[in-house]
Design a protein around this ligand. Sequence first.
Ligand code: OXD
Length: 311
Amino acid sequence: MLVYYPDAEQVARYAGLVRAPRARVTLHVASDLEQALAVIADTDVLYAWKSPASLYPHAARLAWLQVMGAGVDWAFVPELPERVTVTRAPGVFGPWMAEYVLAWVLWVTQRGAHYQTAQRERRWSDEIMPERLGGKTLAIVGLGEIGHTIARYARSCGMRVVGASRSGRPVPGVERVVRVASLHRVLGMADFVVLTVPLTAETRGTIGDRALAAMRPTAWLVNIARGPVVDERALVAALEARRIGGAILDVFDEEPLPPDHPLWALPNVVITPHVAGPSTPEELTPIFNENLARWLAGRPLHHVVDRGRGY
Ligand code: OXD
């Protein structure tokens, strides 16, 4: 078995929590391509964050890849052999991402930027007051496990929740659900639009000129999904023209966001460096260990990703 993480300290933390019977499992760790190439030919199980695609042509025995992280888009490269089962880690990222969403929507309604600026200028600025979050509407685009958790947290603050999903099927506690293809029907109802869809061929560019035009001029977009779910050029244009209220962005087409990118300079944008759903060895490894025990016992794995759907 190989634990791969492109940082020597982190990979040791992940490997240190793996529970594998020594008599049956040889545990390797790698934090770069060279180290991984040295053992990949003998590897059946890979527990990894962003394992390089160039490993797979040498991975003759690889049967199972456990992804460390919320998104699995990086795992499904054409080089990954069809026989490899990919599993994800449910239950971990929803609470982190829900806290991220609540923190930043409250920062908007509590006028965080305004009071901080006034403080720096030593100004007592009570001409602008906070707004209530309760009663505002949140549209969640992507009603999987993470979207459901965000909906629950938002409702607990008195928000009204609407949403869009691939199927458009009703979700308890979400007032109205439409298909992602009919997204514009809920966008106009929302004070905040949060994106949690996986990146697939279908979701790429979901938020483009048309979707942005359907949003209220005061509404904020929160992207915790993947950069390419949003047409970045269209978003910059909408923000510059103040056609939407603002954007809280954790993910981008290119990461790290290049220093000359126009988003850095926009006053109605918050940029965070892909931290909305952090992976921690302590939260992820117990999920892996449970599946490893199943694998060693010849039982079917839990949390298998549907390669056709891409999530
Ligand atoms: C991700 C993550 O998949 O941060 O983006 O876990």
